[in-house]
Design a protein around this ligand. Structure first.
Ligand SMILES: C[S@@+](CC[C@H](N)C(=O)[O-])C[C@H]1O[C@@H](n2cnc3c(N)ncnc32)[C@H](O)[C@@H]1O
Length: 316
């Protein structure tokens, strides 16, 4: 179903189900000892979409759910979850080493970093997502007996609304540096809400604050390939069309947008991240019969970026 301005969801529906999907990828990668994400599997089970625990556990294999030789599918996404989890975990570790003691997970979904990373004493981790998602994860982790490794504060608010007010109310201090993560989020916001989000982050970021963002323009697949893949998933009980969950329309490119607003930005192309973590890069020459050349070329533009906020100092 197409997205609308004030739509809502839980972890089993609409864009909420993508949080369960990426957590299933982490659970599977954790099972393969590629990352350490011990809460991913029980959280995915708690949501109750049958397909995802079966993928997480290995009961479903790529042969069951992927199209042979296709450039995109469940296993490729899982590889990407593993690589991006390592990358963002390392990013938080260096922000902690730099002395930052406020972390904000934007669209936290089933991310359990507040329960598994070794945060320095005195760190507050704010988890922002829609209320249904924040409440579900907090209750599920409590039910599992998971103890937070920082002062974790759930902030249930839609990121299209006045989330800075909710964040401040939860105790965020704009006068102190913060570290922000926008992982698996931006495409699910309308283009103007993406700009507002980056503007608000900039406004709330004291000198020395840091940000990591995943910036995706496309998946390397034609509509024909998406339909073929979704059909495979459907045969195993999963009914989801990820491409239709994003908001269409031209949007500003994140790295230059941040650069112009007082951030020093470093880009890491997705393929670089995959190679750095021992995974096959995506072919971007459109050779796969099911990949569109244009989509493949655009896919080469997908990247992760990290940024540091600095304020110009007066020179007189
Ligand atoms: C692909 S998941 C990523 C979750 C998490 N960052 C991770 O990597 O595990 C997308 C998440 O974005 C959240 N989301 C999307 N649009 C949102 C909005 N307008 N306000 C708050 N959360 C939103 C969804 O609820 C979902 O948890």
């Amino acid at each position: 179903m197409a997205r609308t301005d004030n739509d809502t969801w839980d972890l089993a529906s609409s864009v909420g189900a993508t949080a369960t999907m990426v957590a299933a990828g982490r659970a599977r990668a954790s099972r393969a000892a590629l990352i350490q994400a011990p809460f991913a599997d029980p959280l995915v089970r708690a949501v109750g979409i049958d397909f995802f625990p079966r993928w997480a556990s290995g009961e479903l294999t790529p042969a069951d759910v992927d199209i042979p030789d296709a450039p995109w599918g469940m296993q490729r996404m899982t590889d990407q979850q593993a690589a991006r989890t390592r990358y963002i975990d390392a990013f938080f570790a260096q922000a902690q080493a730099a002395g930052i003691r406020q972390a904000v997970l934007l669209a936290s979904g089933l991310d359990a970093r507040g329960y598994r990373l070794p945060w320095a004493a005195g760190t507050t981790v704010f988890e922002i997502d829609v209320p249904q998602v924040v409440e579900f994860k907090t209750a599920a982790l409590a039910g599992l007996g998971a103890a937070p490794t920082a002062d974790v504060r759930g902030v249930g608010v839609d990121l299209r609304h006045d989330w800075p007010a909710a964040l401040r109310e939860a105790g965020f201090e704009p006068g102190r540096p913060a570290v922000w993560a926008a992982e698996g989020l931006l495409g699910y916001l309308p283009p103007e809400a993406q700009d507002r989000l980056l503007d608000n982050i900039t406004e709330l970021s004291a000198d020395g604050s840091q940000l990591v963002a995943e910036v995706f323009f496309s998946a390397p697949a034609s509509r024909e390939l998406f339909d073929a893949i979704y059909q495979r998933w459907y045969e195993h009980g999963l009914d989801i069309d990820i491409e239709r969950l994003g908001f269409p329309g031209e949007r500003n490119d994140v790295a230059p947008y941040l650069n112009e607003r007082g951030w020093r930005v470093v880009r890491t192309p997705l393929n670089q991240l995959l190679v750095d973590n021992g995974f096959e890069p995506h072919a971007v020459d459109g050779k796969s019969p099911l990949a569109m050349n244009a989509a493949a070329a655009l896919f080469a533009e997908n990247y992760y970026c990290t940024a540091v906020r600095y304020r110009e100092t007066a020179t007189h």
